[in-house]
Design a protein around this ligand. Sequence first.
Ligand code: HEM
Length: 456
Amino acid sequence: MTVEAVKPETPPAGQLREPPRAGGGVPVLGHGWKLARDPLAFMSRLRDHGDVVRLKLGPKTVYAVTTPALTGALALSNDFIIAGPLWESLEGLLGKQGVATANGPVHRRQRRTIQPAFRLDAIPAYGPIMEEEAHALTERWKPGETIDCTSESFRVAVRIAARCLLRGDYMDERAERLCVALATVFRGMYRRMVVPLGPLYNLPLPANREFNRALADLHLLVDEIVAERRASGQKPDDLLTALLEATDENGDPIGEQEIHDQVVAILTPGSETIASTIMWLLHMLAEHPEHADRVRDEVLAVTGGRPVAFADVRGLRHTNNVVVESMRLSPAVWILTRRAVRDTELGGYRIPSGADIIYSPYAIQRDPKSYRRNLEFDPDRWLPDRVKDIPKHAMSPFSVGNRKCPSDHFSMAQLTLVTATLATRYRFEQVPGSKDATRVGITLRPHDLRVRPVPR
Ligand code: HEM
C-alpha cells in the first residue's frame, strides 16, 4: 500500500497538542537571526526539539517539520498549499501565472499540460541532445586548465533544458544569454528574499542595475523564443508547442502572460537545481577519487570503451547511486514551505489555518536516525539489500504529492549521463583558490568551485 492511500488517523481536535517552541529565540528577531546566520545548522538542530516545532521569525509564528514521515504527510495533504514569503517573492520577480506558484484547479490544469514532456517514455527523445551536451562539456575543457565549475555547470544545465524542452536551432545562442541572465537573477533573488530592503533595491546602484538588466533580459528572451516559434509556423512535439496549444478551464486558449510565465517557471527551477547538483558532483569526483574510479570502471564495463550514450544510462547502476548519494548530502533544494488552508494537524499537533510551515530536505537527508554513518559518502547504501533500511520520505529530493517535481526522470537521466561522461574522460583536482564551502542561496552549491581536469 502506498502512503498516498493511507489516511493518517487524526485525533479529535480537542486532543491535539501545541507543538513545542524551539529554544534559543531572542526578543524581536525570535529565531530569525539564527536562521539567517547559519540556516543549515539551525534547521538540522530543530529535530532535537520535536517532530513539529514552533519558531518565531520576527513577529510571526512559523512551524517546522523535522521527521521524514511528517514531511511526507505535509506534502501529500490537501490541507496545505504552496504559499508563503518564499513564493510571494518569487512570483513578484518571475510572474504569477506559472505552474510552480499556482494552486487548485489552475495548477492541476497546468500540470496536465506540461506533464507529457516529462513522462518516462518522453525522455529517450531527449537522449541525443543530452549526449551531445555532456560530451561537448568535456570537449570544451583543455587538460590542466582551471575550470570555473559555477559557469560551466549552469551552461550545460540551461542548454539541456532549453534545447530539449523548447527545441529549435536558434536555441544555441539563446541558451548562452539565458545562462548569463539566470545566474545573475538567482543571485539577486536570494538577496532580496533574505534581506527584504524593499525600495532600496530600486536605487540606481551597480548591483541593482545588473540585476534589473538580467531580469529584463530573461523576460525578453522568453518573449523572443515564443514569438519566433509562432512565426516559424512549426509545431515540434515539445513543451513549448504544448504550452502554445493549451486551453483553459473553458476550452479557450491560455493567455500570452500565462504562456510566458510558464516558460519562465520551467526554465528557472530547471537550470539552478541541475547546475548546483552538477557542481556538487564535480566536487565529489575531485574529493573521492576512489568513487570516480568506480564510476569510470562501471562505464567502461557497460560501453566497452566507446563514448557513453544515453541508452547506457539504465545500465549505470553504481553511477546512479553516486548521483543519489551526492544529492542526499548536498541537495540543491534545501528548504521547502507550505501554508495551511484550514485548521488542521500534523503528527497530532495543532496547525492553525494560515500558518506557514517549513522543512529542510538537507536536515532530513542527514538525520542520523535515518542513516547509519549519516555524514559518510556511501553510494552503496542505495543497493537493493540496504535501501530497505532507509525510512520512507527520508530521501525525497524531488518531493512527493501534487507538487512533486515533474522533472525527476529528466533530471536523473541527464545527471547520470553527465557524471559518467565526466568521470570517464578526466580525473579532477581542486585548484588553489577554489572555495568549496557550502553557499546557501535559493539552492545549495559550493561557493566558487574550481577544478583542474587531468585526462585519464
Ligand atoms: C518542483 C527539485 C530539476 C521543474 C520541484 C520540487 C522539488 C524539485 C523538491 C517541489 C517543490 C515543492 O514541493 O514545494 C528538483 C531537483 C532537481 C530539479 C532536486 C534537479 C536536481 C528540475 C528541472 C525542471 C524542474 C530540470 C525543468 C526543466 C520543476 C517545476 C516544479 C518543480 C516546474 C514545480 C512543480 C509544481 O509546483 O507543480 N523541483 N527539481 N525541476 N520542478 Fe524541479
